[in-house]
Design a protein around this ligand. Structure first.
Ligand SMILES: [Zn+2]
Length: 420
């Protein structure tokens, strides 16, 4: 029995699956005209009668919080002290925030919680921000050795030291289940059942509390990096360069050469800086969706399967090998991705630094205009990553060059496992 598991905490386990007389969830009106009318998203652990969501704050990190309580290092009744944590810049509101169909996977008011619900928090309500907005300075070695146009310091975005000034925003997932179901053209009941069954029954309220429609899933979130003035990001009269990047730890952080992720990401940062210096703005959205949201274990299994198959690792068989292991080619489901763009008030992207047809289609479907699509320059593609790029071009990814023929696909070959 640990000492800090507080005196006022109930000794018995409080099941949230069966509403009792003391539980009075605060209503949530998704898409309402203000944060106050919409209502607070309360995802404190079991025991609070005000709780009005399924799941818990902090996405996948909620599991570590549970571990900290079990280990006796965290008081289960601890509430965050939000002094001085408010956003470093003002952002919104935008018209998209009050359209219940436009944003379904994040809480558009998530960064304003401390200010909007200050009175309730002072009275003891445990409502927490799901978005945090701060500033940062980046050092990116490749920018100083770029093969592209030489970046000149401007003293504002790019400093003499080579450092880059940005606004960075961390966003946790907050899912409005009816809206998520609509995006995937399914019913809320089917979605709830699948989420319940395929997480090993992790959240029983998905099936027992149809009165609760907001779910904080235990998955990774989003980080947005903004270059230039915050007002310019949402101003359609100013040019916007944007890359939507899905996490690839092996390439992004460690420089692994089997894919183009880091070189394309850096190219996006470079273009964001250039566009900002020309009077526009830049945006990098970084989604925690490792290995096409299949995870690194599946990803590395696929690498082995690709490199050991008969005939070697060819572009011709690139997608098929993923499907053999994972059952699907891709699990990123770009349908939810445009929410962050809507949240930032974006209606137009001038330079879209991506070749993905799935990302392009999802954004355009949301009514956001994309002017120009910028493929990765050939000289940035590592040799071993040519398999991926050729396979993607053949599968419909954007290119301003030639789409490889069937013969060329079988000739684009990566390194064998024995060659490492
Ligand atoms: Zn990658």
């Amino acid at each position: 029995m640990n000492e800090i598991s507080g005196q006022s905490r109930p000794k018995h386990i409080v099941l949230t699956s069966h509403p009792t007389g003391d539980q009075k969830p605060v209503p949530i009106q998704w898409g309402a005209d203000s944060a106050r009318e919409r209502g607070p998203v309360i995802a404190t652990p079991a025991g609070s009668g005000e709780r009005n969501t399924i799941g818990s704050y902090s996405g996948s990190y909620s599991v570590y919080r549970a571990l900290a309580v079990a280990a006796g290092s965290l008081d289960p009744l601890h509430k965050p002290d939000l002094t001085n944590t408010s956003p470093a810049v003002n952002l919104g509101p935008f018209p998209q925030w009050t359209d219940p169909d436009r944003i379904v996977s994040i809480d558009p008011w998530g960064h304003m919680v401390g200010a909007v619900f200050a009175d309730e928090i002072a009275k003891g309500m445990d409502v927490r921000p799901t978005i945090a907005v701060t500033r940062a300075r980046l050092t990116v070695p490749e920018l100083q050795h770029s093969d592209g146009p030489k970046l000149e310091p401007d003293g504002k975005v790019l400093l003499e030291s080579g450092e880059v000034n940005v606004i960075k925003i961390a966003i946790e997932p907050v899912w409005y289940l009816p809206g998520i179901a609509a995006r995937f053209d399914t019913t809320e009941a089917t979605l709830r059942r699948s989420l319940f069954e395929h997480t090993g029954g992790m959240f029983s309220e998905l099936v027992t509390r149809p009165d609760m429609h907001v779910f904080l899933p235990p998955i990774g979130g989003i980080t947005a990096y903004l270059f230039g003035d915050i007002e310019a990001i949402s101003d359609p009269a100013k040019k916007l360069s944007c890359r939507v990047h899905d996490e690839c730890n092996g390439s992004d952080v460690f420089g692994s050469d089997i894919c183009t992720c880091r070189p394309y990401l850096i190219h996006g940062i470079e273009d964001a800086i250039l566009t900002t210096q020309q009077g526009g703005a830049g945006l990098i959205v970084y989604n925690r969706k490792e290995g096409r949201a299949l995870g690194e274990v599946t990803k590395f299994l696929v690498y082995n399967a690709r490199k050991r198959q008969e005939g070697g690792d060819t572009a011709e068989n690139y997608f098929e090998r993923t499907e053999c292991v994972a059952g699907v080619q891709d699990m990123r489901f770009q349908e939810l991705m445009p929410d962050v763009l809507n949240w930032l008030g974006i209606t137009r992207i001038d330079r879209f630094i991506s070749m993905s047809n799935m990302k392009y289609d999802a954004i355009v479907e949301q009514g956001i205009v994309i002017d120009e699509r910028i493929p990765i320059p050939d000289h940035l593609i590592p040799d071993d990553a040519k398999v991926e790029i050729d396979a993607k071009k053949a599968a419909g990814y954007f290119t301003d060059g030639q789409v490889p023929t069937a013969e060329e696909l079988s000739n684009t070959q990566g390194r064998d496992l024995k060659e490492y």
